[in-house]
Design a protein around this ligand. Structure first.
Ligand code: PAF
Length: 283
């Protein structure tokens, strides 16, 4: 596996592979890999001859009081895992490489970035779309794979690709969970033993939501109220919403496109999770 540090090196490599008629699948990450990341790499490998993983803890998507400095990092361990997954290139630029002095552009998907995580984290999604746009331009992939845990990020990136006419197929990969239902996340490493148990309130809430939805008696607002009540007994709710998958607008009725989305603070750690409401009850 090649480790490349500059945009120029990365672009030159991509141009060579594309000139040779090969396809490239991209997996953008912030590192500290877990089985969820490895599943994205495996999905990328199924699509294209070359898999590029980017590892960049992107300062532009962290708010002032967020965890940029403490975000977990393990570059050597990540490289080992990426090699095992058959990744061809790890692109790991520095912040100065991505945002050199004088950098002043921003890519923003205006409407989809406002609700949910966008309301709690102003500017976050503009940071995501700006860095992902740069990665698309540098690497020129035909495919890019993102996890469905960050379903709002995925919807925003799909919109950006459509709006800006990139010929990139965006692939959403289902959430990978621990055996007890907790969605995998690099931020799970912040959880104390007690918080790790408390964090199960997220996947429990998804199960409750699906149970209530399959009964068909409660409105979306009533389901949200029940879930908020359950979570509030053990943790602090940032949001619980039932929304439509494509527009992210609140659902007035439960249908195949309804997603139950949660953001919850467990101790100091903010966790998100989601599911289609009319999907099966596991986990
Ligand atoms: O999902 C993430 O890890 C990040 O938001 C991404 C897409 C790598 C952009 O920094």
């Amino acid at each position: 596996m090649k480790i490349l540090r500059t945009g120029a090196e990365m672009s030159a490599w991509s141009n060579g592979r594309l000139a040779a008629g090969e396809s490239i699948a991209l997996v953008p990450t912030m590192g500290f890999f877990h089985a969820g990341h490895l599943a994205l790499m495996a999905a990328a490998k199924q699509r294209a001859a070359q898999v590029v993983v980017t590892l960049f803890v992107n300062p532009a998507q962290f708010g002032k009081n967020e965890d940029l400095d403490s975000y977990p990092r393990n570059f050597a361990g990540d490289c080992q895992l990426a090699v095992q997954e058959g990744v061809t290139v790890m692109f790991a630029p520095s912040p100065a490489e991505m945002y050199p002095p004088g950098f002043q552009s921003r890519v923003e998907v205006t409407k989809l970035s406002l609700p949910l995580c966008g309301a709690d984290r102003p500017g976050h999604f503009a940071g995501v779309t700006t860095v992902v746009a740069k990665l698309f331009n540098i690497i020129k992939p035909q495919y890019a794979v993102f996890g469905e845990k960050d379903f709002q990020q995925l919807a925003i990136i799909r919109q950006m690709v459509k709006d800006l006419n990139w010929e990139i197929e965006i692939i959403g990969h289902p959430i990978v969970r621990e055996a007890d239902g907790l969605a995998m996340s690099s931020r799970n490493s912040y959880l104390s033993r007690a918080d790790r148990q408390t964090a199960l309130c997220l996947s429990r809430s998804l199960r409750l939501g699906r149970q209530l939805a399959s009964r068909g008696k409660e409105t979306p607002a009533e389901i949200v109220t029940s879930i908020k009540k359950n979570i509030s007994a053990v943790a602090s709710v940032d949001y619980v919403n039932i929304i439509q998958a494509d527009t992210l607008a609140d659902s007035s009725e439960i249908n195949q496109e309804s997603i139950l989305a949660l953001a919850v603070k467990v101790g100091q750690t903010r966790l998100i999770d989601n599911c289609r409401l009319l999907s099966s009850l596991t986990p």
